[in-house]
Write a new protein. Structure first.
Lengths: 506, 162
């Protein structure tokens, strides 16, 4: 170390006679060709030598700086530093890789790393200091951006993972932890296959093959496995990582959780399907209602025109009742039952009894007993026809569910729901029940559990009628033997809905 | 469950399939214009307007059979003409018709012949807005849905609205 210092002193001060001209020249040229700033100063902080790199970095020439105070290079707020340095130098101390800020001729401040060593004379007395400095703006910038990158990677919602060409995980960000549940410690070093469901393991071979060929995989949608065993829909982008020579040494993988998007897509598709079905149903009904009206009129007239005892009369009667069935479906499909009068004040239990009367013979022959508990106390304003439709659909379903007999329980009571007062109707059967996956769909149009016997329209219309009146309909069901049955709950508020509905228009 | 609604409603309303029993042979009343000189108590007069001629004509026959004196028109404008000439007690009109729809016709009739009982009937899903526009202008009309069984049509017309 001492040796070096001496050399520097020689190069800078050029007043030492112990070395020959040649070696002195050699040293000077080494100093000048150095990329590092090499400056010497005396103990008063006056610059005594200034190399080419110093010129480049600070922007001052040697002529400008030699003989001037080193303070000129130091931002004012850091001047105390220099006194500190000089104090240490005087004490013979060396300062290694000290990072600080200096100022260029332009006034620009920049980070620098300096090593300052005392310069001694032949007697060993400190007479000054040498400064070797390196402009570290670039390194600082790199450090900064590296830090920033790391922060970005860790704060990303996406999982960002790197792996080698054998599929071994090398890095794992916070997003990956949040997405998959493994901490970095748990998973770095293990195979990517841990994240892939068994049946999709082949994907990884394909991915690695592509990566080795330098190919990128963009927004590939697949399924991955979480630590807890759950599956997760992800969109992944996998890019090869290359070293300086351009050789692929691994891959970065960015995975985004798209479960929510997938779910939304499903909901949208479903909604789209439903509305398309509804539109189609309305369009069909529209096209057939007019011809149906004509047909109904014609058959009616034809029947009036022939003898009641004739065969033709019989045929026409059958034709008429078949036509009624078609009309009924057409009307149901359209979801309106407007021919049954304006809303009127009625007891809901009157309507329920009405429906029970209609089904009396069917209930009897099916061996179904009816238990009713009417406690609705108050009349409610509803469209009679619509509500009859609602109750008869549900009772008919209950009967269908109790082919081998059973018990039909109907209770009506006044309730205080959060939205206001209303009447709650519960219609319960102890029939076969509806299994869970079908339960979610029973209010969908054209969904039926009755095979060819069902139209899949009844409950869909029922729900529309109830909701149009501002009410709610819900269902619970069990298929567990011994406890099976279905319970439909309908809530109708006393207050009519504010939005204009069909009942309002009428 | 699909076949309960109508059956149920008929039981409830107590009507029979045949409506009025004083049925006459339809062939007799094809030239309807000759009806006005009947000496019996005046039959209620009804104008039926529908751009589907078959519906207008068959309804007319059915209602003739049920004791009405009927006229038909196949669009809104000629319906208005017929109103002026025929001065019926009832107007039964389709809703969705070209040129002048049933609600427009009904509103005009309401203004010019306020005593006329107006009944709309329609098989269309898209009539709610038309009805709504009438309602916003302060008009509300009875509405029957097509298809309607003739006996129920007759009953609806013979029953006074609330």
């Amino acid at each position: 170390m001492n040796h070096g210092t001496k050399n520097l002193a020689l190069a800078g001060l050029d007043n030492d006679a112990t070395l020959g001209e040649n070696s002195s020249y050699l040293l000077a040229s080494i100093v000048d060709s150095s990329d590092d700033v090499i400056i010497s100063k005396n103990l008063n902080g006056i610059i005594t030598s200034w190399n080419k790199a110093a010129e480049r970095v600070f922007g001052y020439t040697a002529e400008e700086m030699v003989g001037r105070s080193i303070l000129q290079l130091i931002p004012e707020e850091l001047h105390p530093e220099e006194f500190e340095i000089l104090k240490k130098l005087s004490a013979g101390e060396r300062i290694d890789h000290y990072e600080t800020v200096r100022m260029r001729k332009s006034g620009e401040k920049f980070p620098i790393s300096v090593t300052i060593s005392p310069i001694r004379d032949r007697t060993g007395q400190v007479i000054g200091g040498s400064k070797i400095g390196r402009d570290i703006s670039d390194r600082k910038r790199l450090d900064n951006s590296r830090f920033r990158l790391a922060t970005i990677v860790d704060s990303a919602d996406d999982a960002i993972i790197s792996k080698d060409l054998n599929g071994m995980i090398e890095s794992w960000n916070q997003g990956a932890y949040r997405m998959f549940g493994y901490t970095s410690e748990e998973i770095v070093g293990s195979s990517m296959l841990r994240l892939i469901p068994k049946e999709l393991h082949y994907e990884e071979d394909e991915i690695l093959r592509k990566l080795r060929a330098g190919e990128k995989i963009d927004h590939y949608e697949t399924t991955r496995l979480k630590k807890n065993g759950d599956l997760i829909d992800v969109s992944v982008t996998i890019s090869p990582i290359r070293n300086n020579e351009g050789r692929v040494i691994g891959a970065s993988k960015i995975a985004r959780d798209i479960s929510e998007r997938k779910r939304m897509e499903k909901v949208l598709v479903q909604a789209e399907k439903l509305s398309a079905t509804g539109r189609m149903a309305a369009a069909i009904a529209h096209e057939i209602n007019n011809p149906l009206e004509s047909l109904m009129n014609l058959i009616y007239l034809a029947r009036q025109n022939c003898s009641q005892s004739s065969k033709a009369w019989q045929y026409l009667q059958t034709a008429e009742s078949e036509l009624e069935r078609v009309s009924h479906i057409a009307k149901q499909t359209l979801g309106y039952y407007r021919d049954t009068g304006t809303p009127s004040e009625v007891y809901l239990h009157d309507l329920v009894e009405n429906v029970l009367t209609i089904y009396q013979s069917k209930l009897l022959t099916s061996g179904i007993s009816v238990h009713s508990n009417f406690n609705d106390l108050r009349k409610i304003s509803v469209s009679r026809g619509e509500m009859l439709q609602v109750f008869s659909n549900i009772v008919a379903n209950a009967i269908d569910a109790m082919r081998k007999g059973g018990k039909l329980t109907i209770s009506l009571r006044k309730t205080l729901a959060s939205e206001g007062e209303g009447i709650q109707t519960i219609i319960r059967d102890d029939g076969t029940g509806i299994n869970q996956e079908n339960l979610e769909r029973i209010f969908e149009p054209f969904f039926t559990t009755k095979g060819d016997l069902g139209t899949g329209i009844g409950l869909w219309v029922t729900k529309q009628l109830v909701e149009r009146r501002g009410g709610q309909i819900g269902v619970t069901s069990s298929t567990e033997p011994g406890k099976s049955g279905t319970s439909i709950t309908i809530y109708i508020p006393f207050a009519n809905p504010k939005i204009s509905s069909i009942s309002d228009v009428r | 469950m699909q076949d309960v609604g109508d059956t149920m409603l008929e039981i409830e309303s107590g009507s029979v399939y045949f409506g009025d029993k004083t049925v006459r042979n339809i062939a007799e009343f094809l030239p309807r214009d000759t009806k006005s000189t009947d000496s019996q108590p005046a039959r209620p007069r009804i104008l039926i307007v529908d751009d589907e001629r078959l519906i207008a004509d068959t309804c007319a026959e059915i209602l003739e059979g049920a004791g009405f004196d009927t006229r038909t028109a196949y669009n809104g404008w000629s319906g208005l003409d017929a109103m002026a000439k025929f001065k019926p007690d009832y107007l039964l009109t389709d809703v969705l018709m070209p040129d002048m729809n049933g609600v427009e016709l009904a509103i005009s009739v309401k203004k010019m012949f306020p005593a006329t009982r107006i009944v709309l009937f329609s098989g269309q899903a898209g009539i709610l807005e038309i009805l709504h526009s009438g309602r916003e202008r302060g008009y509300e009309f009875e509405l029957l849905a097509k298809p309607i069984h003739p006996s129920k049509l007759i009953e609806a017309l013979k029953t006074q609205p609330d």
